[in-house]
Design a protein around this ligand. Structure first.
Ligand SMILES: Cc1cc2nc3c(=O)[nH]c(=O)nc-3n(C[C@H](O)[C@H](O)[C@H](O)COP(=O)(O)OP(=O)(O)OC[C@H]3O[C@@H](n4cnc5c(N)ncnc54)[C@H](O)[C@@H]3O)c2cc1C
Length: 429
């Protein structure tokens, strides 16, 4: 995994440990954040879904953008990002304080998770000065939203097998043709971080390049895809001769794999550490309250499962706090992001088990007027996605085995074969 410069995800909505921010500076910052949130955080009924959760309405999106702009104006956006590009240049300690305070609210920041947890940090690491100056301030103000264009119908876990082509024309511009899939938030994104094949004569990991693509450019078509919760959080995206200027390359031409690994590291920390908000029905707090309300909190099996969930949430919080501290010390997440991502998915599955015990059959069919019935059913149906998005649990285990535990690598017989000769995707015939 790439060990690049420091840039942890500086989003809100991540879990804290409740033990940070000692010292005068921390106390003053906490008071400032607490005061600002008390005045500006929207009420609990205004939930705006995350990019991978479901599609927000236009009003929700507008409200999210207004809130992010206010956060930026208050000097509370991009806490650990460089001040030169609109960030605050603060440390992981302040970020953690912010997240601890924000956890008491249902802030409408989920639509920015990909922009601020993945694309932004990758630009901080690899972008040119011009790219950072152009893209990071509007991203932090919530004016421009980003999506991640990696997966394709024939390239998910093995994303290096992707077939979307970018070919340089006489003017130096690139012309992109191909299809992406499962692109969260593409329907309202302004820019995407696109991974495309620029040299099929190289082996599959070597001929890729990452680009900034304008999602409003001619030739970009976005079609929503519905998941089993009934909503359409992600999309198919088609590129038909889409022109991309030469200065839109992120990192180096044909070095897109390193850029992708950098972004995936940020993605895994960001997903693993994200969103156990107060109003989330799948947290220990919510499920304990639900158990009390339904009169099952005294059941020894429910109590045991709740205690296990509490312990798992605390362990995850401590793991994420450690990752943030490492990030602050200049250590990019690398393969450690896979541990956080896997642990985050496992905690959610544990919560599903508890939810099933607490609400029983009402998890799939509930009486009219039961306020938690549909929210819980939705959360339960959304949980399998957590084991797939951002790399499946099996893939995370493979990475952890190889790069964290030092176990032997999985055999990769196609690693040094020119991509053109591989039988993958539509090349398979
Ligand atoms: C909610 C959601 C949001 C998403 N958002 C985005 C997005 O914004 N942008 C984007 O680019 N992608 C996105 N994705 C796509 C996601 O990254 C892929 O779904 C994921 O990488 C798996 O790829 P796949 O679906 O093609 O499954 P496959 O790769 O076909 O995997 C199928 C099964 O085989 C297993 N498998 C495959 N290879 C191995 C191996 N080497 N060892 C062990 N098991 C293996 C997998 O674990 C899985 O169980 C999203 C997915 C979801 C569910």
């Amino acid at each position: 995994m790439a060990e690049t410069s420091k840039a942890g995800p500086s989003m809100t909505g991540q879990q804290g440990t409740g033990h940070s921010g000692t010292g005068q500076r921390g106390t003053a910052f906490r008071e400032r954040v607490r005061g600002w949130l008390a005045e500006h955080a929207p009420g609990g009924d205004d939930h705006v879904p995350e990019a991978s959760e479901s599609a927000p309405t236009e009003q929700q999106l507008a409200a999210a953008k207004r809130f992010q702009a206010a956060l930026f104006d208050a000097g509370l956006a991009g806490l650990t990002w460089p001040a030169e590009y609109g960030g605050q240049g603060l440390t992981a300690a302040e970020l953690q304080i912010f997240q601890e305070e924000a956890a008491a609210y249902d802030l409408p920041t989920g639509v920015f998770l990909i922009s601020m947890g993945m694309c932004g940090p990758t630009l901080v690491d690899l972008g040119t000065h011009e790219q950072k100056a152009r893209y990071l301030p509007p991203l932090l103000r919530g004016e421009e939203i980003w999506c991640q264009l990696f997966s394709e119908p024939g390239a998910g876990s093995d994303v290096a097998s992707l077939q979307t082509r970018a070919v340089r024309d006489g003017s130096g511009d690139w012309v992109v043709t191909g299809q992406k899939v499962w692109t969260s938030g593409a329907q309202y994104a302004d820019f995407g971080a696109l991974l495309a094949r620029t040299n099929p004569d190289e082996a599959k990991h070597r001929g890729l390049t990452m680009f900034v693509v304008d999602m409003h450019a001619p030739g970009v078509t976005v079609r929503p895809l519905r998941d089993m919760t009934g909503s359409a959080p992600f999309n198919e995206v088609y590129f038909d001769d889409v022109r991309i200027p030469a200065d839109a390359v992120i990192g180096e031409v044909d070095a897109g794999w390193a850029a992708a690994v950098t972004m995936l590291g940020h993605e895994r920390v960001s997903i693993g550490g994200s969103v156990r908000r107060r109003y989330d029905p799948m947290t220990f707090d919510s499920l304990r309250d639900e158990a009390r309300a339904r009169g099952v909190a005294g059941d020894p099996v429910v109590r045991g499962e709740l205690a296990e969930l509490y312990a798992a949430e605390r362990k995850l919080a401590l793991l994420n706090a450690r990752l943030r501290q490492q990030s602050d010390a200049g250590l990019a997440p690398g393969a450690r992001g896979s541990v956080a991502k896997l642990a985050g998915a496992q905690v959610l599955w544990q919560a599903v088990r508890v939810a099933g015990l607490v609400v029983g059959p009402r998890a799939i069919a509930w009486e009219p007027g039961d306020p938690s019935g549909d929210a819980l059913a939705l959360a339960i149906n959304a949980t399998p996605a957590s084991s797939i998005a951002g790399g499946t649990n099996q893939i995370q285990r493979g990475i952890i085995g190889d790069r964290v535990l030092g176990l032997p690598k999985e055999p990769q017989v196609d690693r040094d074969v020119p991509f053109r000769e591989l039988r993958v995707g539509t090349q398979a015939r």
